[in-house]
Design a protein around this ligand. Sequence first.
Ligand code: GLY
Length: 378
Amino acid sequence: MSETKSLLAQVEHAFSFAQKQVSSLIERDPGFYPLYTDLGRWRHSKPAWTHWCDGFLPGMMWIFYEETGDRRWRASAEEYSRVLEPRKDDREVHDLGFIFYHGTYKRWYEATVREGAPDQSLKDVVIHAGRVLSLRFNEKAGCLRSFHGEDSNFIDIMMNVGVIFYAATETGDAALLDIARKHCLTTRRTLVRGDGSTSHEGIFDLATGEFLRQTTQQGYRGDSCWSRGLAWSLYGFGTCYKLRRDPVYLEVAEHNAEYWLSNIPDDGVAPWDFDAPGNGGRVQADTSASAIAAVGLLNLADMSTGGARRTAYRDCALRMMDSLTRNYLGQSIEGWEGILRGGVYHIHKDLGVDESVMWGEYFFVEALQRTMHLLRGR
Ligand code: GLY
């Protein structure tokens, strides 16, 4: 009981700190959508690699509004979301689910539903984004292509395919549903391994549709398990199950969770890749992977059958949140501008290594929200 109380206090403190950091960012640098820090600062001249994170800053504002009811958060959330609306037609990235389903317009629409005045035009933006994302489908390969090439599928897309399921369900569009379903099944067959681990990227022969090999951009190796990729899969397949109730998706997410639970260190902080060599010391952490997996595991704990499994998922998520809130808040370093330290973006390109990363901030805030609800018993 007292352990629960002290974790709740830690998590509530982190949630207040998160609001403070986001307030400071938007006061200091209005209209700026950062991606990762460099030495703890959001403003720097290092490159983006790909343009996928803009929905996460308004996404946090929507969560702050949901929890506090503070209209100032609502106003900022609307302002920062509205700017992104044209991105619903962005054909360059595979990330429209991150931007519109997780981050902006779906949360905005849900706010209007809670307030008793559902605004269909907001939902239409989400549906439109789902339709545009579906245009990445390659019939031969049976999956959506990543931003990296015609022949490439990323495990990350599992976090985005939900917006296609959403659009299909809301409109009754069977063709859209078929695309999303095929993407999931192809990803399951080619990127999820027998032990529940995942590969980051799959390459296809576009002439025949044959799956050629597993490889990686951000992980250690093609045959290794990049921890963020595993977290994307665990959370993403869980979301697909929530949306469609097809038991195949739940099975994959649980399989990913088993690998996560068996391989995560005792303190719950994921190494950036589960197979990366430590060279005698601790492997560089990726706290963002633990934040994503914490939400994914809490979702699974609500959906899985089997009490022991549910308890194991919750216990692991709480252990991770204990470590992240105890040891990785930006407040421990003077002048650090992010909420959560210890994230990794692209280790091979030396972008955002041991830094705050915008998706890490968002999923950490989502995990804080979920943990507060759990510990308060609602
Ligand atoms: N490419 C998306 C990520 O860094 O997870």
